[in-house]
Structure formats: structure tokens, C-alpha cells
Design a protein around this ligand. Structure first.
Ligand code: 5GP
Length: 205
């Protein structure tokens, strides 16, 4: 990696963390924000979880073996890493540093455990947490996915409620957005990011 400056580089880099419980529409919102902001880049995590038919290697995740994940971790290649539902997830640090230097908006879609680690290392990161409109709606969305049986859905629902409480208590998130409509939530997220970049460009008041 070189610190060579390209003509397209700016000093406007921002690290954006997007988190939210499963079933809240987080991935759609993340990809919507990425598409709406020129030069935004999605940070592709490494994971040991199995690839599903909808996942694209190198786009959604880098799917790696447990050995490879542990090698990357001991080599200090992760900005953060976490164990989720028995699988490992980590954010490769190199691309994040490189793209931030280039003035890009770098988007991390990670869980609360990971966000806490990132914020400790990079306090300038901007945190956005997506909330469901209500408990009933969260439960309904988990049921609609039809991926799991009732007991498993209840377990996911309880885990989601705990994650929301942990997110609120963590102090990591600057903005909590209720996703009652995907398009307007994406628009609101994009607006908050633009405001934050403008505020930082003006410098301390
Ligand atoms: P999924 O397996 O459904 O794609 O993701 C499960 C959870 O892992 C989601 O909450 C997602 O935000 C989180 N996640 C994905 N990549 C990372 C990562 O690199 N680090 C951390 N800490 N969480 C991640």
C-alpha cells in the first residue's frame, strides 16, 4: 500500500459503521447508502460462515476457513473481529485505511461487539444504528423470512432485543434510525452522512 496521492483523493474520508438487529433491513439500507454516495465503498468482511446461494465471494464476504481466519487474526490483519452464532467475522484493516486515505466513505456493516472495537481504535468513526419500527414489526419480519422454526425465531427475537439494548448502552452510535420505510430510511441515512461530512469539513466551531 502506498501513501501516493491520486488526483481524485480528497481529505473528506469518513468511516461509517452501520449496525442493527437481524430482520431490520440493514443490508438493503447499507447497499442503498453505498449506491447513493459517489465514491462510497463497502468493506468486505472475512467470515467462516458458509456461503449461501445469494452470497457473492469478494462482494458480500471473503469466505475463509477457520485456519485462514486465525492466521489473519494473529497477523494483525483485522481492524475488529467477533464471534456471532458460532461463526467468526472480521474487518480487514488494509482496505479500510487505504480508502479512508483516498477520502472515501468507507462503510462497515458490523455488529455491536465489532463497533465497540472500531470506536476504541478510531473514535472519529460515525455510528448509525437501524431500529425496527416496533417489537411487533420486528417479530413479524423475522417470521416472514420463513428461514427458521418458531423456537428459533423467538430466540432471534430475544437476541435482537438484547442487541438493541446493548447498542443504546454502548455509546458507539451517533444516530438511531427507525426503518419504517426503506427508501426514506436510506434517504435519511445519506442526509445524516452528508451533514456530518459538511460539519467536519467546516472544522471545530
Ligand atoms: P450474516 O451472516 O447474516 O451476513 O451476518 C451476521 C451478523 O454479522 C450481522 O449482524 C452483520 O452485521 C455482522 N457482521 C458482518 N460482518 C462483520 C464483521 O466483519 N465484523 C463484525 N463484528 N460483525 C460482522
Amino acid at each position: 500500500m502506498s501513501a501516493h496521492r491520486l488526483p481524485t483523493d480528497t481529505d473528506n474520508g469518513l468511516l461509517l459503521i452501520i449496525s442493527g438487529p437481524s430482520g431490520v433491513g440493514k443490508t438493503t439500507i447499507t447497499r442503498g447508502v453505498e449506491r447513493s454516495i459517489p465514491g462510497a465503498v463497502f468493506s468486505v468482511s472475512a467470515t467462516t460462515r458458509a456461503k449461501t446461494p445469494v452470497d457473492v465471494e469478494g462482494v458480500d464476504y471473503h469466505f475463509v476457513s477457520d485456519e485462514e481466519f486465525e492466521r489473519m487474526k494473529s497477523a494483525g490483519e483485522f481492524l475488529e473481529s467477533a464471534g456471532i452464532y458460532g461463526k467468526k467475522y472480521g474487518t480487514p484493516r488494509g482496505p479500510v485505511d487505504e480508502q479512508l486515505r483516498r477520502g472515501r466513505l468507507v462503510i462497515l456493516e458490523i455488529d455491536v461487539q465489532g463497533a465497540v472495537q472500531v470506536k476504541a481504535k478510531m473514535p472519529e468513526a460515525f455510528g448509525l444504528y437501524i431500529l425496527p419500527p416496533s417489537d411487533e414489526e420486528l417479530l413479524r419480519r423475522l417470521q416472514d423470512r420463513k428461514r427458521e422454526d418458531a423456537a428459533k425465531i423467538r430466540q432471534r427475537f430475544n437476541a435482537a432485543k438484547e442487541e438493541i439494548a446493548a447498542a443504546k448502552a454502548s455509546g458507539v452510535y451517533d444516530v438511531f434510525l427507525v426503518n419504517d420505510n426503506l427508501e426514506s430510511t436510506i434517504r435519511e441515512a445519506v442526509g445524516r452522512v452528508a451533514d456530518e461530512r459538511a460539519r467536519r469539513a467546516r472544522g471545530p466551531a
